[in-house]
Design a protein around this ligand. Structure first.
Ligand SMILES: Cc1cc2nc3c(=O)[nH]c(=O)nc-3n(C[C@H](O)[C@H](O)[C@H](O)COP(=O)(O)OP(=O)(O)OC[C@H]3O[C@@H](n4cnc5c(N)ncnc54)[C@H](O)[C@@H]3O)c2cc1C
Length: 273
């Protein structure tokens, strides 16, 4: 029928799903209960995922990724959550896939060479720091400030409910971060940058107690006069709102795919009883 959308997968997608499912059944599912009980994804599991090409899956091969399209990334999200229904590993995977894509599209060449290969190998974590106490959905009310001084970017503020703070502080990594650069301009006064967490002067983290998804932390990033190099600017000054909408489209699609995978597995387990 004219105008009908084709939702079928290609043969390549089906083969990819089969191979990711096999990988997850072998390397991830046996750790699922332990991930929740020990409140940690074993570093070996992360490294294995990097070796299989799952971490930063949307990032180009040039930076160590697989350069996958969003459909392929969503298939992997579904399969990872199917193997670890706690969603810890799925969230670790999907924030890197969603925001790694944005970083590569708008980040500087110097920052991409510096940061992305570590992410795709599983040596460091890349997350999203958008939410603040005053508003999650309403990013226009972001109050974390960034200004340029003597060739550096200076940040001040607090981000909350941020996934992966413990992992980033322990193993290394940082966040694609939304900041206010022009308070008078509302949503048109937002900018994106990369904020490192581990060993970054002016940045500390606190973890929040969670219910569920114990294997991946969630918490607060405290930012006090943190100075970052200007090549950590992502995209154009005051264009952050538009990048955020683009990133959320990608990340939310992957969240939905992961929820489907976890739900499918939960139904399978129940129907076996
Ligand atoms: C498990 C988990 C992990 C998270 N990880 C991250 C992370 O890594 N990084 C990060 O930045 N954030 C993270 N968050 C935060 C998440 O992005 C926010 O919770 C989300 O954006 C919603 O914001 P909020 O909680 O402030 O709710 P609010 O924005 O206050 O919304 C509360 C309710 O009001 C409704 N609402 C809001 N605005 C409107 C409107 N204009 N009109 C009508 N209804 C409206 C919402 O739909 C919702 O039902 C995480 C949250 C969870 C639960």
């Amino acid at each position: 029928m004219q105008g009908e959308l084709d939702f079928s997968f290609t043969e390549e997608h089906d083969l990819f799903r089969k191979s990711v499912r096999e990988f997850c059944e072998k390397k991830l599912a046996p750790h699922a209960a332990g991930i929740d009980e020990n409140a940690q994804i074993p570093p070996g599991v992360i490294k294995d995922m990097g070796g299989f090409g799952l971490l930063g899956i949307t990032i180009s091969e040039k930076y160590g990724g697989s350069g996958s399209d969003i459909t392929t990334a969503a298939i992997a999200a579904e399969e990872i959550a199917r193997a670890d229904i706690s969603m810890a590993t799925a969230v670790y995977y999907l924030v890197e896939a969603g925001w790694g894509y944005l970083f590569e599209k708008y980040g500087t060449e110097q920052a991409k060479r510096e940061i992305l290969p570590g992410v795709t190998k599983g040596d460091s974590f890349l997350g999203i720091a958008s939410t603040e106490a005053q508003g999650g959905s309403d990013i226009a009310s972001t109050s974390t400030m960034m200004e340029k001084k003597n060739g550096k970017l200076i940040l001040n503020g607090t981000k909350t409910y941020i996934s992966g703070v413990r992992e980033a502080a322990k193993y290394g990594g940082g966040y694609v971060t939304i900041v206010k650069t022009d308070p008078g301009l509302g949503h048109k006064g937002l900018t994106f940058c990369y904020l490192p967490v581990k060993d970054q002067p002016g940045v500390t983290v606190d973890t929040l107690k969670q219910m569920g998804r114990e294997g991946m932390s969630n918490g607060i990033i405290n930012i006090r006069n943190a100075q970052i190099p200007d090549h950590y600017l992502i995209g154009e000054w005051n264009k952050g709102f538009y990048y955020a909408m683009e990133g959320f489209n990608c990340a939310r699609t992957l969240v939905a795919a992961a929820c489907i995978g976890a739900a499918e597995r939960a139904l399978e387990l129940v129907s076996r009883q």
